[in-house]
Design a protein around this ligand. Structure first.
Ligand SMILES: *Cc1c(COP(=O)(O)O)cnc(C)c1O
Length: 355
């Protein structure tokens, strides 16, 4: 960051803080007092500002409503004992936002707008970062097309916004998942590597079918053969088989490059845990379950950090995984990551920025 930008700040006169029940936070329902906005038009970003959190007025022909030209990010701010606000690997989220933007023909965002916008917003709404254990402030940066035009082409105008929501524990309990062999989240050449709005719209129907059958999430398989495991719901997925950590590689463009995934792999290396980035087939997974050598299965993502998988449905059979002992890899890595995020452990990787 070498440029500084000017940000207009319009503070709310009516903070929602006194009316917010921090004991009962449902993910994404409670928003903080302010939001950051920047507008793109005439080939540049303009009007950086923070305003009281409020609805936008949208033209009925808004391009995003019709064609979904929109990308987003998700990261979190945590409070340490000293009441400082810590954010985990924001530079990675910034880079990924622009990678997603490129895929969706959205103009890239300058780093200083992302970083300064987030910094000022966190400064203003720092009392919205919960100090309670396990809680955090979810940060949602996003860019969407704002042309008022029904023709199909990349929009000429966009909005970049950041909103924040205080959140409690996500996925507190272990999840059950079902291997999906009919529907597809992502295909080679598609948009699966981008955090693009439409990816999530397309995943809702298959996920709902699984939920009706009593599963929390899907285990997505590749779109061509449905024989290889790709992700779990909106998380990356990892397995420990015979003492070795295995997760899908990100080289096919069908796997979202999770920052939690990357962090877990870095820590695995440091912990001396053997790992492989390779595709694991449904039959290998089932085989490992049958033989009892699938020691751990878990999703990784910002929302939950690590979501333990307790039950897996594969080829019409339900397998229940054994309870994870406290010395399992997934618990160990979750504890380390949480300790770094909440400032209880030295940040040896330079992952934390303070506000
Ligand atoms: C965001 C996301 C992830 C996890 O990414 P993190 O950076 O770890 O939060 C994994 N898969 C999908 C499909 C996602 O959208």
């Amino acid at each position: 960051m070498n440029k500084t930008i000017e940000i207009q700040i319009n503070k709310t006169a009516n903070s929602k803080l006194p009316h917010t029940d921090f004991e009962n936070l449902a993910f994404g329902q409670t928003t903080s007092d302010h939001m950051f906005i920047a507008d793109y038009y005439d080939g540049d970003w303009h009007g950086m500002r923070i305003e009281p959190y409020a609805p936008l007025s949208i033209h009925p022909a808004n391009a995003t409503l019709h064609y979904g030209q929109s990308v987003f990010e998700g990261l979190k701010a945590y409070k340490n004992k000293e009441d400082e606000v810590l954010v985990f690997r924001a530079d990675s989220n910034f880079r990924r936002l622009n990678e997603s933007a490129r895929r969706m023909c959205i103009p890239e965002l300058p780093e200083e707008i992302f970083m300064e916008g987030m910094a000022r917003l966190l400064e203003l709404d720092r009392d919205w970062v919960p100090a309670r254990p396990g809680c955090s402030l979810y940060i949602r940066p996003f860019i969407f097309a704002t042309d008022e035009y029904l023709g199909i082409r990349p929009s000429n105008k966009y909005k970049f916004m950041i909103l924040t929501c205080p959140v409690g524990h996500y996925y507190a309990k272990p999840v059950s998942v079902k291997v999906e062999t009919r529907y597809t989240r992502a295909i080679e050449g598609g948009t699966g590597a981008a955090k693009a709005a439409g990816n999530y719209a397309g995943s809702l129907y298959p996920a709902l079918q699984a939920q009706k059958q009593g599963y929390d999430q899907l285990l997505w398989t590749d779109g061509k053969t449905h024989q290889f495991i790709e992700e779990s719901g909106t998380m990356n997925v990892m397995f420990v088989i015979n003492g070795k950590l295995v997760t899908a590689p990100t080289t096919t463009g069908t796997i979202l490059k999770g920052i939690t995934r990357d962090s877990v792999l870095i820590l695995a290396k440091e912990l001396g845990m053997q790992y492989e980035e390779r595709f694991i087939s449904v039959s290998e997974l089932q085989d490992a379950l049958e033989k009892g050598v699938l020691e751990e299965a878990f999703g990784t993502g910002t929302a939950a950090t690590v979501a333990h998988i307790q039950r897996i449905h594969v080829n019409d059979k339900d397998y229940v995984l054994p309870e994870k002992p406290r010395d399992s890899f997934s618990y160990k890595v979750l504890t380390i990551l949480d300790d770094i995020k909440y400032g209880r452990r030295e940040d040896a990787h330079g992952w934390i920025s303070k506000y």
